[in-house]
Design a protein around this ligand. Structure first.
Ligand SMILES: C[S@@+](CC[C@H](N)C(=O)[O-])C[C@H]1O[C@@H](n2cnc3c(N)ncnc32)[C@H](O)[C@@H]1O
Length: 266
């Protein structure tokens, strides 16, 4: 099974708690700037982006997955918004984007689905679609931290752990020679001490994107990093967070997921 065809993705960030957290976070990121319209180029099922509509920004979205776009339409409509959504690989976005934007965003660790050269081409391509002094905003996993350890196995919190039933979740990391990696989620069900079923869910390949490399790509294409944010509180369960000093650079090795706001300066 493909991870992007599961309800985990369809409902991602749709709970009231997550919506409220994201809304507060985006307020902190964007409210000091002159931003009217925002295009999300990997919008998925939209749950991460709806809070921006709630804040009054004019939102549009694209994604490579038609299925996720149909979920996004339903999720936006359920919240009372009718936004423009269309299918596009973000590497081809310049050819299809109808307008220019104050901000283009890619959330939920989506950019590392393409290799580093393609990320650089993406920034170069969309820069013509971003208004002067406009922004690129992304959030990604801390790939520097992941590459330091290159984990291969992780036991995740079980879905169910009662006397009668255990539903355990494991994550397997399948690293390739070019440092790209496939995640496989293994769900194992035991009932009354007897193994019942094992199922595998595959995530598409990821190409690790290091902070310094991303910053270089931005600078080469006329962007400057304005601010970085530790977003562990948005993407991790609270018991997984390490204690930090609240300084992005000093805390970098303890941060698992971060966001980068970059401004077009040339
Ligand atoms: C982990 S999901 C994140 C979805 C959403 N942004 C969120 O935060 O919930 C990654 C998304 O990237 C999309 N994606 C992957 N490669 C893409 C590409 N080349 N162009 C556009 N979208 C892509 C997937 O279809 C999926 O919706």
């Amino acid at each position: 099974m493909n991870l992007y065809e599961t309800s985990a993705l369809f409902n991602q960030n749709m709970s009231k708690k997550q919506q409220d957290k994201l809304l507060d976070f985006y307020k902190q990121v964007f409210s000091q700037y002159q931003i009217t319209n925002i295009h999300d180029c990997s919008i998925g099922a939209g749950g991460t982006t709806i809070p921006l509509a709630k804040l009054g920004y004019q939102i549009s979205g694209s994604d490579i997955s038609e299925n996720l776009l149909s979920k996004a339409k339903a999720n936006f409509e359920a919240e009372g918004y009718n936004v423009e959504l269309f299918i596009s690989d973000f590497r081809k976005l310049r050819e299809v984007l109808p307008n220019t934007y104050d901000c283009i965003i890619s959330t939920g660790n989506s950019l590392p689905h393409v290799n580093n050269q393609d990320v650089s081409n993406f920034i170069n391509n969309i820069s013509t679609k971003i208004n002067q002094n406009g922004f690129i905003f992304i959030d990604i996993r801390n790939w520097d931290k992941i590459l330091n350890k290159k984990p291969i196995f992780k036991a995740r919190d079980p879905f169910v752990m009662t006397e009668e039933e255990h539903v355990s979740l494991y994550q397997i990391w399948n690293w390739h020679d070019d440092s790209s990696v496939d995640f496989i989620f293994v769900t194992s069900i035991d009932k009354k001490g007897k193994h019942e079923k094992t199922s595998l869910t595959y995530a598409p390949t990821y190409y690790p994107l290091r902070y310094d490399d991303y910053e270089k790509m931005l600078n080469e294409n006329g962007f400057e990093i304005k601010q970085c944010f530790d977003v562990d509180c948005l993407w991790l369960s609270s018991n997984k967070e390490e204690i930090k000093r609240v300084n992005f650079k000093e805390d970098f090795d303890k941060i698992n997921w971060y966001a980068v706001l970059a401004q077009k300066v040339r």
